[in-house]
Every structure is written in C-alpha cells, then in structure tokens.
Design a protein. Structure first.
Length: 95
C-alpha cells in the first residue's frame, strides 16, 4: 500500500496476499503497517528538516546518519517528528 491507496484497497491487497501465500492472517496487520509508515515519515521529515548548509538537524546539530540509541538530541528530533505525523493509515487517520 502506498499512502494514496484507500483503506479498502489496502485490505483487499492484504487479504489477497494472505490467500496466495497461505500465510496466517494477523489481526494487528494495520497497526504494524501504520507503525512502519509513522517511523518512515518521521525519519524522512527529520532528514528534510536538516539545514543543508550545515548538514545537521534543526535541534540536535547532528546528521541523522550519526544516530545511536544514546543520541538524545536526535532522539528528541525523531520523537518530535513522530508526534507531528499526519496521514490516513490502514487502521485509522493519524494526526
């Protein structure tokens, strides 16, 4: 599913994929899908919010490529972009 698909289109594609592959239906598939999209949008937003002249993010001063789990500034940047994420997801509209 791309973000331009409707929920109904996503469900139809998911159901077809489950039938073709013989995989087990996962009731939480929409939440998983929306979680991945939220993270992808947040990372993309963090990258696009970088100052091209300094190659750093607006708040942390470090490029996203330098992220580690102990990078507090970059963690704040990513959390901030997650909290601003807004899209029509497979489970609900996120805003």
């Amino acid at each position: 599913m791309c973000l331009s698909q409707t929920r109904a289109e996503y469900y139809a594609r998911y159901e077809a994929a489950v039938q073709v592959s013989g995989s087990q239906y996962v009731p939480e598939h929409t939440l998983i899908y929306d979680s991945v999209w939220t993270l992808a949008l947040a990372l993309n937003s963090t990258l696009t919010d970088q100052d091209p002249a300094s190659n750093s993010t607006c708040d942390s001063g470090l490029p996203l490529e330098n992220f580690t789990y102990s990078s507090e500034g970059l963690g704040r940047d990513i959390r901030a972009t997650v909290s601003r994420a807004s899209f029509n997801g497979a489970s609900v509209s996120h805003s």
